[in-house]
Design a protein around this ligand. Structure first.
Ligand code: GDP
Ligand code: IMO
Ligand code: MG
Length: 456
C-alpha cells in the first residue's frame, strides 16, 4: 500500500501536517519532485518544524528518500539535517543518485532571470532557490546528477562544459559582470568542481538507487508514503503556465519522480490536500482573490483597499499566511471550485484533507467561487490557457459562517463535533468533487485534525 499526498491548489495547503498526521504507519516518506523551494510545517506538542528538503516523516523518525524527480541543493540539505539534529531529531535521508543537483550557478541564474523579467513586470516570483534553472539543465541534458558527484572524472568533464556556458549566458546574454555577483565563484569551473566533489564525499554514504530501494522495501512489507511539494496549479504541465514551478507535483509525478510504476501509486490512496480558502505566493491570476499583495497581484492598484482587502488581511493574519521559505505575505482568496475540479480530475483523488477550517471561524459569511464566467459562458472547470484563466470571473456562492470552537476538543470528539455550518461547507466541497473527506484540519497541530478515514 502507498499513500500519496498532493497539494490541490497553489502550494502551502498544509501537506507537511497531513504527512505527519498519517505518517505513523509509514516506514518511508519519499519526496518525488521539487527541492528547497518547499516549506512544509509539522507542529507537535508545541514544537514547530519547518522542513524544506527533508521529508516531513523525519519528525516521527521515518526514513526519508529524495527521489530522482527532486532537485537537491546539498548545501541546504546538510544545513537542514544539522538544524534538525540540534533539535533532537535523528533524520535519515537517502538521496537518489538520479536526482539532479542545484549548483550555485543555478541560484545565480534564477536571481538574474527574475531581475530581468521584473523590468518588464513579468517575473514569476520564484523562491530564488535555483529550481527552474536546474530543471532546465535536466531537460537540456547538461545537468549534474547526484551520482556524478561521486565520480570525480565524470563530474570534472561535465563542469568543464557547463560552467563556461553559464558564464557566457550571464555575461553575454544578460550583460552582467560576474565579478559584481555576490558569489563570483559560482561561474568558476575549478571552484565548482571543488564545491561539488566535497559535497559528493559527504553524500556518498546516503545515496541510493531510489526506485530499487523503494521496491525492496515494499517487498519487505514496508509502507511507503509519497510527499508532494508545491501544488497542482503550479504544476509545470497542469498548472497556470508560466506562473508555475518547474516540476510535476501532481500524482503522476509520484511514479515518475520516485521510480515506482504508476500502478503502485494508483492502487494506493491519493489524498488531495485542500486549504479551506486559497493562498498564493508569487504572480499569476487568481479569480477568487480578495485583497492583493503589491508586486505579486496583477492589477494590484485597482484592487483598492475596500472590504475585500480588510477580509484578506484578517484571514492572512488569522492563518499566519506568510511564506515558509521566503517570508512573503501570501495572497488570499476564497476557495476556487473550478480549480479544485480540475485538480481532482488530474490527480484522481481518492480522499480529501481539508485544512484551516478554524481560520474561517468567526466570519459571518464564507464564500466560494462556484463557477467562472468567461466570454459570457459559465464554466465549471479551469480553461487551459492562463490568458483565459486571467479573464475568468468567479461566480460566488455564500455559506453561513460558524463561530470559533475548541479545536483540540473537536478533533477528539470527531466529525459531528465540527460546527454544523462548517460541515455544510465541507459537504458541499466533497459533493462537488465527488470525493470523501478523510480528515479536517482545525489547527496546525497533530492533535488538531479530525480524522474520519484511515488511509492505509
Ligand atoms: P505545506 O507547504 O503544504 O506543507 O504548508 P505550509 O507549511 O507551507 O503552510 C501551512 C501552514 O498552515 C503551516 O503554518 C501549518 O502549520 C498551518 N496549518 C496546517 N493546517 C492547519 C489548520 O488546519 N489550521 C491552521 N490554523 N493552520 C494550519
Ligand atoms: P510548498 O511545498 C507555494 C511558487 C513560487 C513561485 C513559483 C515558482 O511549501 O507548498 P520556484 O522557486 O519553484 O521556481 O517558484 O512557485 N512556489 C510555491 N508556492 N508553496 C510552495 O511549496 C512553492 N514552491 C514554489 O512562489 O510563484
Ligand atoms: Mg509550504
Amino acid at each position: 500500500m502507498t499513500v500519496t499526498i498532493v497539494g490541490a491548489q497553489l502550494g502551502d495547503e498544509g501537506k507537511g501536517g497531513i504527512v505527519d498526521v498519517y505518517g505513523d504507519a509509514a516506514d518511508i516518506v519519499v519526496r518525488y519532485q521539487g527541492g528547497d523551494n518547499a516549506g512544509h510545517t509539522v507542529v507537535h506538542e508545541g514544537d514547530e518544524y519547518k522542513l524544506s528538503l527533508v521529508p516531513s516523516g523525519a519528525v516521527r523518525g521515518k526514513i526519508g528518500v529524495l527521489g530522482n524527480g527532486c532537485v537537491v541543493n546539498p548545501e541546504t540539505l546538510f544545513d537542514e539535517l544539522s538544524a534538525l539534529r540540534e533539535r533532537g531529531l535523528d533524520p535519515d535521508v537517502r538521496v537518489a543518485r538520479r536526482a539532479h543537483v542545484i549548483m550555485p550557478y543555478h541560484r545565480v541564474l534564477d536571481g538574474i532571470e527574475e531581475e530581468m523579467k521584473r523590468e518588464s513586470d513579468d517575473e514569476i516570483g520564484t523562491t530564488g532557490r535555483g529550481i527552474g534553472p536546474t530543471y532546465e539543465d535536466k531537460a537540456g541534458r547538461r545537468g549534474i546528477r547526484v551520482g556524478d558527484l561521486l565520480t570525480p572524472d565524470v563530474l570534472r568533464d561535465r563542469l568543464e562544459r557547463v560552467v563556461p556556458e553559464k558564464r557566457a549566458v550571464v555575461e553575454d546574454v544578460f550583460g552582467v559582470d560576474v565579478e559584481t555577483l555576490d558569489d563570483p565563484d559560482a561561474l568558476d569551473t575549478d571552484a565548482m568542481y571543488e564545491h561539488a566533489r566535497a559535497y559528493g564525499e559527504r553524500l556518498a554514504g546516503q545515496t541510493v538507487n531510489a526506485g530499487q530501494f523503494i521496491a525492496d522495501a515494499r517487498d519487505d512489507g514496508k509502507q511507503v508514503m509519497f510527499e508532494g511539494a508545491q501544488g497542482t496549479i503550479i504544476d509545470i504541465d497542469h498548472g497556470n503556465y508560466p506562473y508555475v514551478t518547474s516540476s510535476n507535483p501532481t500524482a503522476g509525478g509520484a511514479a515518475v519522480g520516485s521510480g515506482v510504476s504508476p500502478g503502485v501509486v494508483g492502487e494506493g490512496t491519493t489524498l488531495g490536500i485542500v486549504k479551506g480558502y486559497l493562498t498564493r505566493v508569487g504572480s499569476g491570476p487568481m479569480p477568487t482573490e480578495l485583497g492583493g499583495v503589491e508586486g505579486d497581484t496583477p492589477g494590484y492598484d485597482e484592487q483598492g483597499s475596500g472590504e475585500n482587502e480588510e477580509l484578506a488581511t484578517y484571514i492572512r493574519e488569522e492563518g499566519g499566511e506568510y511564506g515558509t521559505v521566503t517570508g512573503r505575505p501570501r495572497r488570499v482568496g476564497w476557495l476556487d471550485m473550478p480549480m479544485l475540479r480540475h485538480s481532482a480530475r488530474v490527480n484522481g483523488f481518492t480522499g480529501l484533507a481539508i485544512n484551516h477550517v478554524d481560520v474561517l471561524a468567526g466570519l459571518d459569511e464564507v464564500r466560494v467561487g462556484h463557477s467562472y464566467t468567461l466570454d459570457g459562458d459559465e464554466r465549471l472547470t479551469m480553461p487551459a490557457t492562463t490568458e483565459q484563466w486571467g479573464r475568468c470571473e468567479a461566480n460566488v456562492r455564500s455559506f453561513d459562517g460558524w463561530a470559533p470552537f475548541d479545536s483540540a476538543a473537536v478533533a477528539r470528539e470527531g466529525y459531528e463535533a465540527i460546527p454544523a455550518n462548517a460541515r455544510a461547507y465541507l459537504d458541499y466541497v466533497s459533493g462537488e468533487l465527488e470525493t470523501p473527506v478523510y480528515c479536517v484540519g482545525v489547527g496546525p497541530g497533530r492533535e488538531e485534525t479530525v480524522v474520519t478515514e484511515a488511509v492505509w
